[in-house]
Ligand binder design. Structure first.
Ligand code: CMC
Length: 430
């Protein structure tokens, strides 16, 4: 069957045809790679509003329908039937593991959770009051200085061991960032605990006492990890791909992803959302706050609302809302002030024409901050938790890119609006 084409009419009246490729689902793409070569024109798309930067088989989002699939599986089913490491296996291998594959995978991850003792000493170089994300960017980037035995990105075995090391060591590195910030001793990982229970013990345990694992809370955090594991070509994933496209090592690429994730429009949103709730303070102030959000001159946004892709309820937000109820019930916090405030804010925003007409719905971060706060995770650690989970998606996307036959260094062009060529005058004549 002949491939579909799209025809572009140029300013001089000439036309040019471009092939249109179909994915397995979702919008077709116009392949404009030949545009510059044939016409001398670039496309202009700041923020990549209409640009597919790669082809991928990992994650699919239908933003209008509120659908999120990892390797074809709906996020709701994965959140219900799988644990985070099964989801990591799925993202990396394309299929869910059977029991034997899962045991093997879990075993390898478990046996890579320790970090080099010298890496632990690296933390001493950071100020105690540094933001944990600043520490994360530095420490994860530094992993490449510790594991240069396996940095050949063209060697599949090196790529696999790097993926295992990153997924396994992130909980250790995140919890060390926390312990360092509060001046408590680092906790070594324990191999008899699950991935998430081990992380919670490293975060909240102390050497003087036995840490008691609460299964409801472990399951809630594991769900947060699952919901944040991948999200298609978002800003941080695109950053990882772009950094990796030059052949940079995976630890450097993931550190770049962490830096991008830190921003309040991306992974920093749940931190910003909780700060916003604290600032509003009380249900009686919601109307006044919504008024500010609608005033374009105020620069205030309703954090945890809106998404570049979802123009419907974010499916992850629905699951997070459910988890929020479970955690608050388990901890006897159902009357939590901020949770009540969030519910009131959500109700008003979902009925207000400003939000309805712009299709602004709660995103995953609207509730994940409240859940994390209830689990005892300090606000400044929220984005670190996100980076731990997203490492699975970043490394899967990085692997996919390296093995893609169409893989090229990422090199966008620009619409130049600066000065045209001019002569430099000696300093006394300017
Ligand atoms: N509060 C108030 N107005 C908003 C909001 C918001 N949260 N989000 C978008 N708008 C308005 C915006 O002012 C614009 O209005 P108008 O058409 O009158 O100019 C319209 O909605 C479209 O906004 P946009 O900025 O063009 O949309 P975008 O796709 O570029 O931005 C976003 C997406 C997530 C950056 C934005 O919605 C936002 O800043 N939300 C708050 C931050 C947040 O919760 N981020 C977490 C995203 S989910 C986690 C993740 O995947 O990382």
């Amino acid at each position: 069957m002949a491939e579909k084409t799209a025809t572009l009419k140029l300013p001089d009246g000439k036309t040019i045809d471009f092939p249109v490729h179909a994915g397995s689902t979702g919008p077709d793409v116009v392949d404009i790679r030949a545009l510059y070569g044939k016409t001398g024109l670039f496309t202009y798309d700041p923020g990549f509003l209409s640009t597919a930067s790669c082809s991928s088989s990992i994650t699919y989002i239908d933003g209008d329908a509120g659908v999120l699939l990892y390797r074809g599986y709906p996020i709701e089913q994965l959140a219900q039937h799988c644990d985070f490491l099964e989801v990591c296996y799925l993202l990396l291998h394309g299929e869910l593991p059977n029991r034997k594959q899962k045991e093997e995978f879990d075993g390898i991850v478990t046996h890579h959770t320790m970090v080099h003792e010298q890496l632990a000493r690296l933390y001493q170089g950071f100020r105690r009051d540094a933001h944990p994300m600043a520490v994360m960017v530095g420490v994860v980037g530094a992993l490449s200085a510790f594991y240069h035995d396996a940095l050949d990105i063209n060697d599949p075995a090196h790529r696999t061991i790097s993926a295992f090391r990153l997924i396994a060591k992130m909980p250790t590195i995140v919890s060390m960032s926390y312990k360092y910030s509060i001046g408590q001793p680092f906790m070594y990982p324990r191999n008899d605990l699950s991935y998430t229970a081990n992380f919670m013990r490293m975060m909240f345990g102390v050497p003087t006492e036995e840490y008691k694992v609460n299964k409801v809370l472990v399951r809630a955090l594991d769900r947060i990890f699952i919901l944040h594991a991948d999200h298609e070509q978002n800003a941080s994933t695109s950053t990882v791909r772009l950094a990796g496209s030059s052949g940079a090592n995976p630890y450097a690429c993931i550190a770049a992803g962490i830096a991008c994730l830190w921003g309040p429009a991306h992974g920093g949103a749940n931190e910003a959302c909780l700060e916003m709730l604290e600032e509003i303070g009380d249900v009686s102030k919601v109307g006044e706050f919504i008024g500010k959000v609608k005033d374009k001159n105020s620069g205030v946004r309703l954090m945890g609302f809106g998404h570049r892709v979802y123009k419907n309820y974010d499916p992850r937000a629905k699951l997070m809302r459910e988890t929020c109820h479970e955690v608050l019930n388990e901890l006897g916090l159902h009357n939590d002030r901020l949770f009540k405030l969030a519910l009131a804010l959500e109700k008003i925003a979902l009925e207000d024409d400003y939000f309805v007409s712009r299709k602004l719905y709660p995103n995953v971060d609207f509730y994940s901050g409240i859940v994390q706060r209830a689990l005892g995770i300090p606000v400044a650690m929220f984005t670190c938790i996100f980076s731990l989970a997203r490492t699975a998606g970043w490394i899967a996307q990085w692997q996919e890119m390296i093995t893609d036959p169409e893989y090229k260094i990422g090199r966008p062009r620009q619409l130049y609006k600066g000065a045209t060529e001019r002569d430099v005058k000696p300093i006394d004549k300017r």
